[in-house]
Design a protein around this ligand. Structure first.
Ligand code: 9WN
Length: 693
């Protein structure tokens, strides 16, 4: 499995960036420990090296401030002189809260640590050991969250402010322009300073000097106030509520509740925090006309109407209501932030692409970032926006494989920018890869059947005896009920089996399913037959899942595809029988792909209309080929495709696969590669048998 090769590469990058105590984001550009980087890095480690993951967070929390603040940089004494600004500039020793034995900055970053700590616990085979670590960490995490709710929560409504763009982690995001512009540099006396970053990286990809001056101005103000929060609050011109920061805090509040539960600790206070932040975010940061969450300028008391990826982050924190989430998805999946299947558009760029000042290569002003996309992927999954989630997952894997483990990427061409061998790009890539592996192990375990159907079992009895309905009536009613069930109970590819079971439509469907026993098939035209068999297949899967009480995967039932049957026009059909019957149609390859086998790896379930079924069938195939079931890496001369193609190797010969991919893939480079390699070697991706619920 070649993806594994890249995982090895990613692990090597983390090894290179590991200094014995923690992992630096990048050896040359960021040679110290960064706050949220370490949490993302720990998530990657948690997949294969618990000790490192634990050590990563331990070393960071060792430098926590007395008042609970977790600094955004912990400096490595042995590595000073390579970054700006360093301790000589921050002078945090003037604060009564800074730690004695550590050199740190005087600001914080998005608090993703509780979330990461829970991941370490969940992913580690050594639960006892991690539990000991959680006991150590829990009070420190609570102290950090309490610091936010006590010191950064002026209206006591759970909206936590940040006081420096670096605290957002998205330093020069266009979101901060309107606030920073108010700082009039001509009125400022700033100390001399020399940047180091712009000597290492092309300045075109980094913040401007004007930005740095404002960053430095704010640090000067903090020093003047000896890092006393209340004093800073009254003087600081940059007091903003960031939707990303608050969403990450929400995700961590949630994780902290789970950690408290694991340790048997009280979590009522944390629950309160979670609820107030989520409620205020929905009420104050959301804009329903645009369908996005905005940052909020606390001083001006108004939303900052700038659309960036941070505005979708409430999906990650589980903060968005269902209707808000649907609007977020709509905006996110538009030309502004890359639509699924859009040509030359990778993942979710950091800023609305239709804006005049959108930049393809400048830092947080447009390019694609892996950590942001990784969080959005988790958020989409959480809200069950399966199709978008899968598409995103695919591009997150694709970018480092094709273009290298860069800091950020061009959303149009994929080109890598910023520093090479960047730690969180590597660690989050590893995390996603292990997600794949998990479903592989599920596949291995599904040999154990919970339920067996050994003899043929017909499950569509005709309760009222001889049908009095005409074929046209039966066909019409079958179509009507199928369409209704699929439209009402399938959202973004996930099937609400429970609701279907309870629905009146399903009862009516069972009745008409019985009538199929006497449906005269010769009455149907060829196109109608095509739609009928695909719809019937998909509906039979739903019916079998419900009748056989499938819990996690159709693989629990031995004989699911071969022994459970419907009688149609007097003949018994299993799902396999329908599959072979479909091979009589001229576009058999597309039909086989578009069947929904009740699994995560299937295309999203949709109704196939009898008048012109091919349009919808093509849509399903396009979704399938656009999802993570097909990965094409021309630079690596690699094509990875779903195992499904392997099962039907008699119809999917190498050339056939190539032809199908060519007619659906849009990316020019991928097309050229497929044209030049008519029969490339295919690597099969394992099939995810988890139920599509
Ligand atoms: C300032 C380390 C950090 C990330 C930030 C990213 C960048 C620093 C810089 O690098 O910021 O904190 O010098 O530009 O913006 O998100 O944590 O990778």
């Amino acid at each position: 499995m070649p993806l594994k090769r890249y995982v090895e590469k990613a692990k090597k990058i983390l090894d290179k960036n590991w200094n014995g105590r923690f992992t630096v984001p990048s050896v040359n550009l960021y040679p110290h420990q960064w706050n949220w980087d370490s949490a993302f890095i720990a998530i990657g480690y948690s997949r294969y090296d618990t000790d490192r993951a634990v050590q990563e967070l331990k070393s960071l929390f060792d430098a926590q401030w007395e008042n609970g603040m977790l600094p955004h940089i912990v400096f490595d004494r042995d590595n000073l002189g390579k970054y700006f600004p360093e301790p000589d500039f921050w002078k945090t020793d003037i604060s009564k809260y800074s730690p004695e034995n550590h050199l740190t900055s005087g600001i914080t970053q998005p608090p993703i640590h509780a979330y990461a700590a829970l991941k370490i616990y969940e992913n580690s085979p050594e639960k006892g050991k991690v539990k000991e670590f959680l006991k150590w960490l829990f009070p420190r995490l609570v102290k950090l969250h309490r610091y936010f709710y006590l010191e950064r929560n002026p209206d006591d409504n759970g909206l936590i402010y940040i006081r420096h763009p670096w605290e957002s982690g998205m330093d020069n995001s266009p979101m901060w322009d309107p606030v920073l512009e108010k700082i009039d540099l001509s009125q400022m006396m700033l100390p001399e300073f020399v940047r180091k970053d712009d000597k290492i990286i092309d300045p075109e990809q980094r913040p401007k000097d004007e930005d740095y001056k404002r960053y430095i101005y704010l640090v000067e103000l903090f020093k003047k106030n000896r890092y006393e929060e209340r004093k800073i609050f009254h003087e600081c011109p940059f007091i903003v509520v960031d939707p990303l920061f608050n969403s990450v805090l929400s995700a961590s509040n949630e994780a902290l509740i789970k950690i408290a539960d694991i340790l048997g600790e009280d979590y009522r206070q944390i629950e309160q925090w979670y609820l107030t932040t989520a409620r205020s975010m929905r009420d104050i940061l959301y804009d329903s006309s645009k369908g996005i969450f905005y940052a909020y300028d606390y001083i001006e008391k108004k939303q900052i109407k700038v659309e960036t990826s941070a505005g979708f982050m409430p999906l990650f924190g589980g903060v968005a209501s269902h209707s808000q989430a649907l609007k977020l998805l709509e905006y996110m999946n538009s030309a502004s932030f890359c639509e699924i299947h859009e040509e030359s558009c990778f993942a979710i760029p950091n800023y609305d692409r239709t804006k005049k000042d959108f930049s393809t290569k400048n830092y947080w002003r447009g390019p694609v970032w892996i950590n942001i996309n990784w969080m959005l992927f988790q958020g989409l999954r959480r809200y069950r926006f399966k199709q978008k989630a899968e598409h995103l997952e695919k591009t997150i894997l694709e970018l480092p494989v094709r273009f290298g483990f860069y800091e950020y990427f061009d959303s149009r061409y994929g080109t890598g920018y910023g520093t090479k061998d960047f730690s969180w790009t590597a660690s989050l890539f590893i995390d996603l890869y292990y997600d794949y592996i998990k479903s592989e192990s599920l596949r291995k375990n599904i040999g154990i059947y919970i339920n067996s159907v050994v003899d043929d079992m017909v499950v569509n009895p005709d309760r009222n005896g001889i049908s009095i309905k005409s074929p046209s009536e039966i066909f019409k009613e079958f179509n009507y009920l199928t369409e209704r069930i699929l439209k009402r109970y399938v959202k973004n590819g996930s099937v609400d089996y429970r609701q279907i079971r309870l629905s009146p439509e399903y009862k009516l469907f069972l009745n008409i399913a019985g009538k199929l026993q006497n449906l005269d098939l010769s009455y149907l035209k060829r196109e109608e037959k095509k739609s009928f068999w695909v719809n019937l297949y998909n509906m039979m899967v739903i019916d079998f899942v419900l009748k056989m009480k499938v819990r996690k995967t159709v693989k629990e039932v031995e004989g699911f595809f071969t022994k459970i049957k419907y009688i149609v026009d007097g003949k018994k059909y299993s799902l396999s029988d329908i599959e072979s019957l479909l091979t009589d149609f001229e576009n058999k390859e597309e039909l086989i792909i578009s069947l929904v086998r009740g699994t995560q790896s299937s295309p999203p379930l949709r109704y196939i209309p009898p008048d012109g079924p091919d349009r919808m069938i093509k849509k399903s195939v396009r979704d399938f080929i656009g999802s993570s079931e097909v990965l094409i890496y021309p630079e690596e001369k690699t094509v990875m495709i779903s195992e499904l193609f392997h099962w039907y190797s008699d119809i999917f010969t190498g050339e056939k696969i190539n032809k199908i991919l060519l007619s659906y893939v849009k990316d020019e480079r991928k097309k050229r590669f497929l044209l030049e390699n008519e029969n490339p070697e295919f690597i099969y991706l394992f099939y995810d048998w988890y139920l599509n619920n």
